[in-house]
Ligand binder design. Structure first.
Ligand SMILES: [Zn+2]
Ligand SMILES: [Zn+2]
Length: 152
């Protein structure tokens, strides 16, 4: 089973469930349903995901090596619509490639939402109150890569 290199830093990727994870730069390829599910986990809300400004890109999909497109992601939660911010890469077959900060940006937006912040099931026992219980030590969710390369 050979993984293609990370589109961001060219290090080998690690497969984790349906994701392709880069342990070197913390980028990740996420299928869309996976992303939506992750946002729901964090916020307790069903996100609506829309793409804008899709254009041909230069990076290759880490699964199929096809050229990915670039686009802006818009996340609508509840009745609030977030403006497009991160520019992502997308393979039509395999989902979205997030660089580390790009995915953190999406989740940070989402983590601040949720019904009053009380109902959403974020955090773990002992996590600080507030919206950031989902964060691991690199500022990214611990479940990202299943901890395969880190300390648990
Ligand atoms: Zn990388
Ligand atoms: Zn692909």
């Amino acid at each position: 089973m050979t993984n293609l290199p990370c589109p961001s830093c060219t290090k080998p990727l690690r497969e984790f469930q349906t994701r392709q994870v880069c342990d070197a730069c913390h980028g990740m390829l996420l299928a869309l349903p996976d992303l939506a599910h992750a946002i729901t986990d964090i916020t307790g809300l069903e996100p609506e995901l829309e793409f804008h400004d899709e254009a041909p890109g230069t990076r290759a999909c880490p699964k199929c090596a096809a050229a990915m497109t670039t686009l802006k992601l818009r996340v609508a939660l509840d009745h609030e619509i977030e403006k497009p911010r991160p520019v992502l890469d997308r393979c039509v077959d395999h989902g979205l490639w997030f660089d580390k900060d790009e995915l953190a940006a999406v989740f940070e937006k989402g983590a601040g939402k949720g019904p009053g912040g009380g109902k959403a099931k974020v955090g773990k026992p002992g996590a600080p109150s507030g919206s950031y219980g989902w964060k691991g030590h690199h500022g990214v969710p611990e479940w990202w890569g299943g901890g395969g390369g880190g300390k648990w």
